[in-house]
Ligand binder design. Sequence first.
Ligand code: PMV
Length: 326
Amino acid sequence: MVRVKAPGVVKLFGEHAVVYGKPAIAMAIDRFITVEAVKISGGDVEIISRDLGVRGIYLRIIDGSVAEAKILDNAYAAKLASYAYRAVEVTRRFLGVRDGVRLTITSELPVGAGLATSAAVAASTVAAYSRELGFELRKEEVAKLAHQVEVEVQGAASPMDTTTSTMGGLLYIKPGVEVRRIAAKLPIVVGVVERESTTGDLVARVRKLYGRHPGVISRIMDTIELLVNEALDALARQDLELVGELMNVNQGLLEALGVSNRRLMELIYSAREAGALGAKISGAGGGGAVVALAPGVEDSVIKAFKAHGGIGFRADVWEEGLTYIQ
Ligand code: PMV
């Protein structure tokens, strides 16, 4: 039996633009998805979730078809199971194996909210399944396979979430070009409200908008790139006021891309009113997570999120990334 945990990820700058090759800044946080893998006879894949969101799932997959399913009305839990199953398939192709496995997944994170739970499930499943079969993959290989899982399930995905969840830390990522660790310490509060759409739908929505207004949207993407690079300098100087200001500018541009909504804006304004230096969406938007930079006002921001119908929690950077337990 092998147990692996992979951290959730908050997106500080550059989501959506990163899908078009622009740089982004993301941080692995100290809340985890855990996957336990146990080899079973035959080629079945059993997926059991204990607490993905509110209820649970039990899936038994034989030759790619669901043979038995108990999914208790939680669409996001079912979606996460599809990432786990695809992660087994991608790992099987890579290693040339067909062994059966029972996966038990638990989550300390709200799922499908913009905190990279799908990336964390993909990465920890790849790592747990391969090690259970006696293979030792390097973290770079795990990150690459987990990214492949996201691309296959979602249609399009940047490597931002899978890289950050696997490698850990606060990272500057320019897809295919550079991954750089940033040393800054950030007092972060995360807020979460219910999400209306999936990442895949939101990425598709931005792509449509891009198609209708290529001149305008390409300039928004270029502007996001400029501000990500300014944020990198601000983080190096630990200039939190400037980092917060740039987060607010990034939020304005996400709004322009059409991925914000009223509930997210309520959380974002409530955080700013409670004294946060900056607040924005974390992830694809359409509801889900927001991230606030809140030095000295963490508790007030959490209270403000709760008062506006969300949940709120502090998040610290998790440097280690994917971690084998025991
Ligand atoms: O909401 P999440 O955690 O799935 O993050 C999506 C981030 C995007 O930039 C919108 C998509 C991507 O693949 O990077």
